[in-house]
Design a protein. Structure first.
Length: 171
């Protein structure tokens, strides 16, 4: 499952793909009509430069929408979030990695060294889930969906000279 598919599944949203020929045909016909009609409109307007073509686009779009557009549904069809839906966790990138005996794991071409704690030691040798948040303010590691996650904020600690700068520290 892709990250996008996983996020939609967590929000209880079904993906409806155009897996039928008629559905794909409708989309392709609309694109072909747009491409064909736009070329003809540019030729009729004698537009020969990109600037002239760009100047004609707003009028073309307004005319096309007036002829073929359908009024939008005014009713709000959004469902409210369920209790427990945490959008920050749902939209985080999630990947599994093994945690080594030395409390290290590799993600995004970086070796992360976890501070020794009871929770971190309990996850040694297991596959842990890494939650990579889009704003990169924090990373969470969890060894079970039912177990509490281990959240790591960025540390201000400077890497020791023995790491040669190849590891990022997390606390």
């Amino acid at each position: 499952m892709t990250q996008f598919g996983r996020a939609l599944h967590a929000l209880n949203i079904d993906i409806i793909c155009a897996n039928s020929s008629p559905a794909k045909g409708r989309v392709e016909r609309a694109h072909k009509t747009l491409q064909d009609r736009l070329v003809k409109e540019l030729r009729l307007a004698e537009a020969s430069t990109m600037a002239e073509g760009n100047a004609l686009l707003p009028a073309f779009i307004a005319d096309y929408n007036a002829r073929f557009g359908k009024p939008a549904n005014k009713k709000d069809l959004h469902r409210p979030l369920r209790d427990g839906d945490d959008l920050e966790d749902i939209f985080a990138r999630k990947e599994e990695r093994p945690l080594s005996q030395a409390l290290t794991l590799q993600y995004d071409k970086v070796v992360f060294i976890l501070e020794p704690s009871e929770r971190a030691k309990a996850a040694i040798g297991k596959r842990v889930t890494i939650f990579d948040y889009p704003d990169q303010s924090a990373t969470t590691v969890s060894n079970s969906p039912t177990a509490p996650s281990i959240r790591f904020g960025r540390s201000t600690r400077v890497p020791s000279p023995t790491t040669s700068g190849w590891a990022r520290y997390w606390q």
